[in-house]
Design a protein around this ligand. Sequence first.
Ligand SMILES: *Cc1c(COP(=O)(O)O)cnc(C)c1O
Length: 396
Amino acid sequence: MKYGLPDKRGYFGAYGGRFVPETLIEPLRRLEKLYTRMKRDPAFTNEYYSILREYAGRPTPLTFAERLTAYYGRASIFLKREDLCHTGAHKINNVVGQILLAVRSKKKRIIAETGAGQHGVATATVAARFGLQCVVYMGEEDMHRQQLNVYRMKMLGAEVIPVTSGSRTLKDATSEAIRDWVTNVNDTFYVIGSVVGPHPYPMMVRDFQAIIGKEVRKQLRTLNTGKSLYLIACVGGGSNAAGLFYPFLQSTARMYGVEAAGLGLDTDKHAATLAKGIPGVLHGSLSYVLQDDDGQIALAHSISAGLDYPGVGPEHCYLKESGRVQYHAVTDEEALKAAALLAKLEGIIPALESAHAIAFLEKLMPCTKKGECVVVNLSGRGDKDMQTFMERLTYE
Ligand SMILES: *Cc1c(COP(=O)(O)O)cnc(C)c1O
């Protein structure tokens, strides 16, 4: 069976589409056309792969986690090392692709939204590399919480614009970025940071991140591992998960997306959009959204800033409803414990987002057998989270 989604209108089953102001419809059509052409253009794809290799540090290793494997005593555990990418996470894979499209469409001005600042830093980095003007929208509240990333972006030559509306976090920054794009659409390229937004963004970002899954497939072949395969990735907007899963959708691999359960799914302090959201429109597409009783966008909570988003990519809604991927949720506490465990057993301090994927091993490993193979996407490194670890984990 061929997968082949999204359809021509940009839908994954019932989800996706293009819910934007009229003035953006034509620019989105043009972007879709450009992307479709570039996807088949060897000059474009060669440049994309060459920058990922020479600048971003790809391919990333698939590391056998020997002591973690022994700890559970079941299937062999491998870590896909996106933490070793330049700027410390998978986000650069997508940003390189989109900025190459900006260059092809002769746009000189780049805008982006950012929550914790990871996507902002990746965008400012690649914009600097290509000598493009870069403007990043960031909630004022997030700017206070993530001062280091704000400074990084400035050092990379980007302008960071504080957003003071609403809750002064990611969802407000995104609304502001869309407003900027509507005003400046002729000379500006909007770089979106996850598999969200209007068509063609969810498809494009997935395709750029699919480098993760393609490399894993090749690396597993070389290792000659057994047939039974489990894939795990954390889900914020869902781009690192989509990138790992997509090349395996037509295989027999079992796949698990892990959302942030925050303080617990029975509280209102979580970011488990697939578990607890209902269909709605957020930032240009129809998807599951966390909403309050009045249908307003609810505030998400997670200890990890990258998972702290009240929406999720439309493709994950489809993959959940079709049953192809299972989605689970892991609490702040469970993620912290998993980060400590990985640091001690493997000498790797994961990003708090990635620690959610590691934490799911507690639930999955008892169901696996020796000879089977588990791949966890280690979406980023923990350097940015050291302050949180210091506050929450104590050592003698
Ligand atoms: C941003 C981020 C995420 C969440 O984004 P997705 O689009 O769901 O991948 C996960 N891990 C890290 C390290 C991040 O920086």
